[in-house]
Design a protein around this ligand. Structure first.
Ligand code: IPE
Ligand code: IPE
Ligand code: MG
Length: 256
């Protein structure tokens, strides 16, 4: 490590880690284009960054990691790119599932993956079942995911319960609504990272990021690595989270 790069692993306070880290993995296409390569080459390279990030989160003992892999809006892209991404995803899951399982990771998918190609559904179901009982880190892959889609789905689920007489309208509150989302039972993200210098949310976890701390990295996703993640976590630990209150330290006033 060079003298000018702080050793973030040493600086990070283990008792102040974010419980849930969410990442918008952006910039694969630009990374490839800079190298005069097809965009798909960038997606493939991005898999190495994902591997490093998952490993680092496991190493640190992060409870939950969510990555944005394919949005409901990404269907607008050329068919070849969409197909490539779907195949790459199956490849990633098949290649990594043993390692994830060994590390006690519980894989989950956020989004409507039932409408994906048959091959993808099979690989996902296999991986979900295999890791369902694991007690370690929850690893969410947001796939064919859109936050507005998720919120509408939740509203429908609750409306249906009301219609069936299982739920009273007065019992629809923040907790009930949270339970109807794909992230049911998980803490909200404390830290949201987006790469590639883009400062927008692009329909990701709109409900859940109400009080998340944002960190924007200028690095394109295939260049993102362990050090950059550690830096983001360290920066997160320097923030003063107030949750609308006045406390400048501690977690008082934070309702989970
Ligand atoms: C992120 O990289 C991966 C997905 C959205 C699937 P992009 O493909 O969006 O790369 P850029 O933003 O065009 O560089
Ligand atoms: C967000 O990135 C979606 C994923 C990372 C999967 P996009 O590249 O699709 O977002 P926009 O189009 O720049 O907002
Ligand atoms: Mg992009």
């Amino acid at each position: 490590m060079s003298r000018t790069t702080p050793d973030y692993m040493q600086l990070i306070k283990k008792e102040k880690l974010p419980r849930h880290i969410a990442i918008i993995m952006d910039g694969n296409g630009r990374w490839a284009q800079k190298r005069l390569m097809p965009r798909t080459f960038g997606h493939r390279s991005g898999m190495n960054s994902l591997k490093q990030v998952v490993e680092t989160c496991c190493e640190l003992g992060i409870s939950c990691l969510t990555v944005f892999a394919f949005s409901t809006e990404n269907w607008k892209r050329p068919r070849d790119e969409v197909n490539y991404l779907m195949n790459l995803l199956v490849e990633y899951i098949n290649k990594e599932i043993e390692e994830l399982h060994k590390n006690g990771v519980r894989l989950q998918v956020l989004g409507d993956y039932r409408s994906l190609p048959e091959k993808s559904i099979k690989a996902i179901d296999l991986a979900l079942n295999k890791t369902a009982a694991n007690q370690g880190m929850v690893f969410n892959i947001a796939l064919n995911y859109g936050a507005r889609d998720e919120i509408i789905r939740a509203a429908r689920l609750l409306a249906k319960q009301v219609e069936e007489g299982l739920l009273a309208v007065e019992d629809i509150n923040e907790a009930a609504f949270s339970r109807a989302l794909y992230t049911s039972g998980l803490p909200d993200p404390d830290l949201l990272i987006r790469t590639a210098g883009e400062m927008r949310v692009s329909n990701f976890l709109l409900w859940q990021i109400a009080y998340a701390e944002f960190w924007f990295s200028p690095l394109l996703w295939p260049d993102f690595n362990k050090q950059e993640l550690l830096r983001a976590i360290w920066e997160f630990q320097q923030r003063d989270r107030r949750f609308g209150g006045l406390k400048t330290n501690g977690q008082e006033g934070h309702h989970a």
